[in-house]
Design a protein around this ligand. Structure first.
Ligand SMILES: NC(=O)c1ccc[n+]([C@@H]2O[C@H](COP(=O)([O-])OP(=O)(O)OC[C@H]3O[C@@H](n4cnc5c(N)ncnc54)[C@H](O)[C@@H]3O)[C@@H](O)[C@H]2O)c1
Length: 253
């Protein structure tokens, strides 16, 4: 049976863990060739092993998305190895500190903005020329519900994710006629190592979070990966500049 992404090349940043890892496995299961990049070498190599064990194809390129030279080298490697880039999932991100704005540590503010916002800008800056050279592509940026609403005690994360949505809309407009679609996905609490670390800090937090979600549970990385794959298909060919909220109903309240 033919697979839907046979012959496609997909770049995933933050592919050593959580949503990025699961998305790598999901795209590879549909026949795509995956470039996993992450600042974490061990986790990135583990994702590559997991994809191979499932019969897929991927390579790992160590990349810190805050470094322009790293990102430039990453895209040069994609070009060298595959000669094109069809889809990019700009997913690397960090959550930062939990503190109200007046108490928020300035160094963590800078770090969160550099990874979550500058990182997405740099990735798009170097992905777009490679896509343009081969007739277009699809970019998906991982924002968050914190990109569309305020989140108490997370000013840096919230500002960075609002910024990602602005970057997404702008690039979508700039490259629409050139065949590049650019969308964002805005998950709420999704069961990944990022959220597992958070719930470990406070007994009862997981139950409280679930209680706030109308569907009564956390999201799964598989659900986010499935949405990313949908946005890459031709079925989604009229969708660009969109921010897809996946939050179990929270924003409906
Ligand atoms: N899990 C959630 O509930 C949730 C909700 C909304 C949005 N998101 C977003 O989804 C994305 C993935 O999150 P996750 O939950 O899978 O988290 P995760 O912590 O499991 O994975 C994030 C990955 O990003 C990598 N990374 C961090 N800094 C990097 C850098 N400078 N350069 C390259 N890689 C770097 C980490 O090493 C890690 O492998 C993030 O952008 C996050 O903000 C997650």
């Amino acid at each position: 049976m033919s697979k839907s992404f046979e012959g496609k090349v997909v770049l995933i940043t933050g592919g050593a863990s959580g949503i990025g890892r699961v998305a790598g496995l999901a795209f590879a299961a549909e026949g795509a060739k995956i470039v996993i990049s992450d600042v974490a070498t061990e986790g990135g190599q583990e994702t590559v092993r997991m994809i191979a064990a499932a019969g897929g194809h991927s390579t790992f390129v160590k990349t810190n998305v805050t470094s322009a030279s790293d990102v430039k080298a990453l895209l040069a490697e994609v070009q060298r190895a595959y000669g094109k880039l069809d889809f990019a999932l700009n997913n690397a991100g960090i959550d930062g500190a939990r503190a109200r704005t007046a108490d928020y540590p300035e160094d963590i503010w800078t770090q969160v903005l550099e990874v979550n916002l500058t990182g997405v800008f740099l990735c798009m800056k170097y992905e777009i020329p490679l896509m343009l050279a081969h007739g277009g592509g699809v970019i998906i940026n991982l924002a968050s519900v914190a990109g569309v609403t305020g989140f108490v005690a997370h000013c840096a994360y919230t500002a960075s994710k609002h910024g990602v949505i602005g970057l997404t809309k702008t690039a979508a407009l700039e490259y629409a006629k050139a065949g590049i679609r650019v969308n964002a996905i805005c998950p709420c609490y999704t069961r990944t190592p990022m959220v597992e670390r958070m719930v470990r800090t406070e007994p009862g937090l997981e139950a409280r979070l679930q209680g706030r979600i109308p569907l009564g549970r956390l999201g799964t990385p598989e659900e986010i990966a499935a949405a990313a794959m949908y946005l890459c298909t031709d079925t989604a060919s009229f969708i660009t500049g969109h921010s897809l909220v996946m939050d179990g109903g929270i924003m409906a309240e």
